[in-house]
Design a protein. Sequence first.
Length: 219
Amino acid sequence: MTKKEKINFVINTLYTLYPEIPIPLDHKDPYTLLIAVLLSAQSTDVRVNKITPLLFERADNPYDMIKLSVEDIREIIKPVGLSPMKSKGIHGLSKILIDKHNGEVPQSFEFLEELPAVGHKTASVVMSQAFGVPAFPVDTHIHRLLYRWNLTTGKNVVQTEKDAKRLFPMELWNELHLQIIWYGRQYSPARGWDLDKDIITKTIGRQSVLQHYYKNKKA
């Protein structure tokens, strides 16, 4: 397959499997999405979706959030992990949103990445899912899949994001990154991987990855 044929195969397969793409994190507006994405760092969407209703019952906007202490927030979000850092980030960014942005989540990568505990990946998710701005948020899972598919040689998510944006049409970015996430969970996980079910990797995967898989399977 040529590179273009591989890209078309990935796009067609993903759109066949996921014609409609649910957003994994429950939210109702840009602010609650921002908080949910922040909480998802080194956690699972399932765990975050269990905790955010408890947090948002107390505070689902920056004005109510700053009425809580950092310790109050920390106690609620403890199950998602990294609660000391995340609670400070949530309280701090809520105050900045009020002081600098009239309580609204800014529609700008620059302003989002200035907020405490908000990195490029979090900003990209908010820009794409809340505001519809083309972005290609790359986490470790998307990085793993694009490497398996021989579509990147990147050693980190930064390079993989550049490769993804170069290879895939911009108008598909916002849907594709979600489709890849869902595909990875169902067919190409880091653990318990069954290559026979992983049609994309089996068809276009990096040869070294396929050899490593079969070698370990025989062992």
